[in-house]
Design a binder for this molecule. Structure first.
Ligand code: 2AM
Length: 200
């Protein structure tokens, strides 16, 4: 990624989701997008291991290791003009890199999500989220009403809170954020990274 921080899919180093710009025939449909932090291999393996003690049984579904991520902002379905606007906002973000410490695992009973996260969010993370939220409002993309909650979803449809042992803190050095397209297929969500921006 160059210093000018324009979106580029050519120098993705961390992400192993497929990433390519859409072809000309794809320009008019709406796409389901979100901004995220994509872990490198080491962090991804450690995040996945947090779910190891859980007895994964239907209907609960463990998120596969290669799909683990931390959402910064969910955009929902956006048109091409909004996608371009979002890319412009991302390119204007000049925040510094930071380290995220994932040291908690928890369960939300309403959304039935098992997650790994951290309540004490680093200011750098909050700054990126705030810039995205404020910038994307001008693109006509509204953030969720609820406060941002820093979490990596480890499992969905987890009805009962599993017994979780304390996790060893995972140090996640963050020097980049990405824009991801999500396609919901019968086999599960498919993610494709369509842009990446370096933090300073
Ligand atoms: P989750 O992991 O907490 O479910 C891709 O679907 C990403 O966008 C997921 O990380 C998911 O968060 C988030 N996401 C999906 N639908 C969302 C919604 N309606 N509001 C906020 N975030 C959403």
């Amino acid at each position: 990624m160059g210093d000018d921080r324009r979106a580029s899919t050519g120098s993705m180093t961390h992400a192993n989701a497929s990433h390519a710009e859409p072809g000309p025939t794809q320009g008019h449909r709406k796409r389901r997008l979100f901004f995220a932090l994509w872990p490198d291999d080491e962090v991804r393996e450690r995040l996945y291991a947090v779910g190891e003690p859980v007895a994964w049984a239907r209907p609960a579904k463990r998120v596969p290791m290669d799909k683990l991520h931390l959402t910064l902002m969910f955009l929902g379905y956006v048109d091409e003009a909004q996608r371009e606007c979002a890319v412009g906002v991302a390119g204007g973000i000049k925040e510094s890199r930071f380290t995220l410490t994932i040291d908690q695992a928890g369960h939300w009973s309403r959304s039935k999500i098992l997650w790994a996260g951290n309540e004490a969010m680093p200011p750098g993370l909050l700054a990126v989220v705030a810039r995205l939220r404020n910038g994307l409002a001008a693109c006509g993309i509204k953030p969720e009403d609820r406060d941002y909650r820093c979490h990596v979803t480890l499992g969905r449809n987890v009805r009962k809170k599993p017994v979780l042992t304390a996790i060893e803190a995972i140090r996640w050095p963050v020097d980049q954020f990405v824009l991801v397209e999500s396609n919901t297929l019968p086999a599960g969500a498919q993610y494709r990274i369509i842009g990446a921006w370096d933090l300073g």
